[in-house]
Design a protein around this ligand. Structure first.
Ligand code: IPD
Ligand code: CA
Length: 268
C-alpha cells in the first residue's frame, strides 16, 4: 500500500469514529478561552497516531492534541484528528479528519475526509487531486467581483486577529465570503471549484498541510497573504486560490496591510 492509500484507510476509520461521537452529542472542554476540544478529538487522534505508528514506525508525527512521535526520519505526518471542532461540538455537520505527509520540507501526500458527506479528497505531489477518486480542478473565475471566497478566525487570541478588516473588504468586493469553521474543507473546496479563494491567519501545519497540496495539485496557487512562498511550518498566513485570482487578491490584501480601507467598516 502507498503512503496515500494508508492515510486514506486511517482517515476513513477515524472519520467513522468521529461520526459515532456526533450522534451521541458529547460535551466539550476548552483549551484557553474559546478553543474547544472534545473526547472525539482525543479518541480520533489516538486512533490515527496508533495506526501511523504501526504502519510507519520510523516516521515523525505532529498531531494537534499533542499525541505525536519524534524521530530522525525525513518523513513527517501532520494530523488534525478533527478539524472543525467548534462545529462538531455544536452538532453543526461540517468537519473532517485530515492527514498531510511532509518529506524534506515538501508536502507529498494529503487526505481530507468529510464523513458527513462521505467526501474523500486526496492528492499526491505530481499526480493530481481527487474527490472520491475523480480528478478535480480549481474554478476558472477570473475576477474577484465574480468570486465566492472563504476564510476563518482562529480560536486562539481571537481578540488580536485583524482578519475582520480583510473579511469586510473582500466580502464587499465579491459575491461573498463564507466562514465555514473548517480550514481543511475550505482548501479542499478551492481545489474542486466550489470556492474560488480562501485565506486565513495563524493556522497550524496540521490545518493546511493536506489542503494546500490539494489546491496546488488541482491547478491552483498557494502563497502567503503577501505573495511570498507559503511554508507549511513557518508561514503566518495563507492565500489559496484558483490561480486566476491570485494577483488581484494579493493587490487587495496589500492595500489592507497598508491600512488603506476602500470601504470603511460601518459605524454603529
Ligand atoms: C480550526 C478550523 C477553523 C479555523 C481555525 C482552526 P480546529 O481548526 O479549521 O476553520 O478558522 O483557525 O483552528 O481547531 O477545529 O481543528
Ligand atoms: Ca482539530
Amino acid at each position: 500500500m502507498s503512503y496515500l492509500e494508508t492515510a486514506v484507510e486511517i482517515a476513513r476509520e477515524a472519520g467513522g469514529l468521529v461520526s459515532r461521537y456526533l450522534e451521541r452529542r458529547i460535551g466539550y472542554q476548552t483549551k484557553g478561552e474559546f478553543d474547544l476540544v472534545t473526547e472525539a478529538d482525543r479518541a480520533s487522534e489516538k486512533l490515527v497516531v496508533e495506526r501511523l505508528r504501526s504502519h510507519f514506525p520510523t516516521h515523525n508525527i505532529v498531531a494537534e492534541e499533542g499525541g505525536g512521535h519524534q524521530s530522525a526520519s525525513e518523513y513527517r505526518w501532520f494530523v488534525d484528528p478533527l478539524d472543525g471542532t467548534t462545529n462538531f461540538a455544536h452538532g453543526f455537520p461540517y468537519f473532517n479528519v485530515t492527514l498531510g505527509l511532509e518529506r524534506a520540507g515538501e508536502i507529498v501526500a494529503g487526505v481530507v475526509f468529510d464523513p458527513t458527506r462521505d467526501e474523500l479528497f486526496t492528492a499526491e505531489r505530481g499526480a493530481g487531486a481527487y474527490l472520491n477518486n475523480r480528478r478535480i480542478h480549481v474554478s476558472t473565475v477570473a475576477r474577484l467581483a465574480d468570486s465566492l471566497g472563504s476564510t476563518g478566525f482562529p480560536s486562539r487570541k481571537r481578540h488580536h486577529n485583524v482578519n475582520i478588516h480583510f473579511y469586510y473588504q473582500l466580502a464587499m468586493a465579491s459575491h461573498g465570503v463564507r466562514r465555514t469553521g473548517s480550514a481543511a474543507i475550505d482548501l479542499a473546496y478551492v481545489a474542486c471549484g466550489r470556492l474560488d479563494l480562501y485565506w486565513e491567519f495563524g493556522l497550524k501545519p496540521w490545518d493546511w498541510a493536506a489542503g494546500s497540496l490539494l489546491v496546488e495539485e488541482a491547478g491552483g496557487r498557494v502563497s502567503d497573504m503577501r505573495g511570498a512562498t507559503h511554508s507549511v511550518t513557518e508561514s503566518d498566513h495563507i492565500l489559496a486560490d484558483n490561480g486566476a485570482l491570485h494577483a488581484e487578491t494579493l493587490a487587495a490584501f496589500a492595500e489592507i496591510f497598508a491600512g488603506k480601507l476602500r470601504i470603511p467598516l460601518p459605524e454603529i
